[in-house]
Design a protein around this ligand. Structure first.
Ligand code: FAD
Length: 482
């Protein structure tokens, strides 16, 4: 098994897309589960787990000790009867999507960054644009293989071990039982949440590890439940003169979807005026008077595209005078162009940091849907104030927006921090979450504590202590030991 101590090899693994930096004594790249087991049993030191390095919370950034990267875990098998894809953790989301489509299927959540690994995706319970309709990754996972810090391998299938009366009992291979407390903990009233361990009354053991950000075990493989590709999908970019019009339309989508009057979209994504300004530098055809836009996709039967479009156009003319300027994509290639149009925003943020050496602070907050208009108004005020030092976009269908504040010096940093903290206070005041999809990592631990309180953090600590008594795995990620 390759083990490296040469700094030049280790350094690229000491960062992620948050641009933070860490250090480690050693990088280990095992070829097999047995090698990871052997490594975990033979060392006493701290271990940081490394996936694709696209994380935005600094979770894979080491704080000394060893890094274990599962990048060589690339095996896949497909069960055509069940439409289940079993993938080892090093497989990228790009490969998951490619393989799924070869079998006429897809993996629904579609997190934006396809360079992410399956291990990282499970560890953060990633979600994506299509989570509007399909939820986060955990809803599409039927089994996982997890290795505990003591080198014990567990194969967990959904439904096999669930909490009863506030306790989840996990039998160990050695005949012991791990007894994990699962107290009733209030959860935010948002449609997405990736902040903290997933503790619900009938907790399934799988869901404890999914979203645990590598703090409880090493996920070595996952079995994903794929869905059959829909017959047809139509994508649209709809332009609005104001963000207010846009919010009214999103609210109408919710209303109509609840009442089942229109074909429901599978994603509802937002481009604010600042993101349209960025996109105008990359592409032509955005109407001059557009100050907000939505990207939507609708699944439908292959013979009713006209009916679907008629329904949507009949409806959106009441909300935007720019309805005739809508971009429509019915083909795979056309829809891929719209997807890339959206992906250019988060990847542009990342490129800007690398190119300019600027830093940024970015929100991943979501609020209950009833606060959507207030949310957009609050962010819009900061867009005015920050000009090109802020880009705002996100999953508006889930009342979940990403505001990225860039800064180049101390005073800009203070200004960005103030804006971030004001938006955080608003989020918590209305019962929202400090992280809807990126997770907590090393960066947002204090915000998680503010959100869930000390008692809940103590529960997380007790669970960690049960499964990883020497605090070796991803120590200092999500919550601290003391
Ligand atoms: C441009 C861009 C767009 C993005 N868009 C989205 C989005 O739409 N939705 C979204 O949810 N996220 C998004 N992200 C964030 C990121 O892609 C996800 O958090 C992703 O799931 C991280 O996967 P990774 O393999 O890169 O993990 P890493 O960054 O390597 O690690 C993330 C965490 O997982 C842990 N980990 C990694 N592998 C394992 C394992 N095998 N077992 C246990 N723990 C492990 C790490 O220790 C760390 O705590 C985006 C990031 C970028 C840069």
């Amino acid at each position: 098994m390759p083990r490296y101590t040469d700094n030049e090899i280790i350094i690229p693994y000491c960062t992620d897309a948050s641009n933070g930096k860490g250090y480690a004594d050693e990088l280990v790249i095992p070829d097999s589960v047995n090698e990871v087991v052997e490594f975990m049993r033979s060392t006493r030191g701290m271990v940081t787990l490394s996936g694709g390095g696209t994380g935005l919370g600094g979770g894979r950034i080491p704080d000394g000790g060893s890094i274990v990267s599962l990048e060589r875990f690339q095996a896949c098998t497909y069960d055509s009867a069940l439409k289940q894809l079993t993938v080892q953790s090093g497989v990228s989301l790009a490969d998951v999507h490619r393989i799924a489509s070869e079998y006429g299927c897809f993996f629904p959540p579609d997190a934006t960054e396809w360079g992410a690994s399956v291990g990282g995706t499970m560890a953060t319970n990633a979600s994506g644009a299509r989570s509007y309709r399909y939820g986060a990754s955990r809803h599409h996972v039927v089994a996982i293989d997890v290795l505990l810090a003591n080198g014990e391998l567990m194969r967990l299938r959904r439904g096999q071990h669930t909490a009863v009366d506030g306790i989840l009992k996990l039998p160990s291979a050695g005949g012991d039982v791990y007894s994990i407390p699962v107290p009733a903990i209030p959860r935010p009233l948002t449609s997405k949440n990736a902040a903290g361990l997933f503790l619900v009354p009938n907790l399934d053991a799988i869901d404890l590890f999914i979203g645990s950000e590598g703090t409880l075990g090493v996920i070595t493989a996952a079995t994903l439940q794929l869905q059959i590709l829909p017959e047809s999908v139509t994508g649209m970019i709809i332009f609005f003169q104001t963000s207010d019009e846009c919010v009214s339309f999103v609210e109408a989508i919710h209303e109509n979807e609840l009442r089942r009057l229109v074909t429901p979209p599978r994603l509802v994504e937002y481009f604010s005026s600042s993101s349209l300004a960025v996109m105008r530098t990359k592409t032509t055809g955005i109407p001059d008077n557009a100050h907000a836009a939505l990207w939507v996709e609708i699944e439908h039967a292959s013979d009713n595209a006209d009916e679907v479009l008629e329904q949507w156009f009949g409806w959106l003319k009441d909300y935007t005078p720019l309805g005739d300027e809508t971009w429509i994509a019915g083909s795979d290639a056309g829809r891929e162009r719209l997807r890339r149009f959206r992906h250019a925003l988060p990847s542009g943020v990342y490129e800007r940091l690398t190119a300019t050496g600027q830093r940024k602070i970015g929100t991943d907050f979501a609020v209950p849907h009833s606060y959507l208009r207030q949310l957009v108004e609050n962010y819009a005020e900061y867009e005015q104030q920050f000009g090109d030092r802020m880009i705002l976009f996100g999953h508006i269908g889930n009342a979940h927006l990403h505001a990225n504040f860039f800064y180049a010096n101390d005073s800009e940093e203070r200004e960005a921090q103030n804006a971030y903290m004001n938006l955080l206070e608003f989020t918590l005041r209305v019962g929202g979450t400090v992280s809807a999809e990126h997770g907590i990592g090393r960066i947002k631990k204090e915000y998680l504590r503010k959100m869930v309180g000390d008692d809940t953090i103590n529960t997380y600590r007790a669970i960690k202590q049960t499964l990883d008594p020497h605090w070796r795995l991803n120590n200092g990620v999500m919550f601290d030991r003391v």
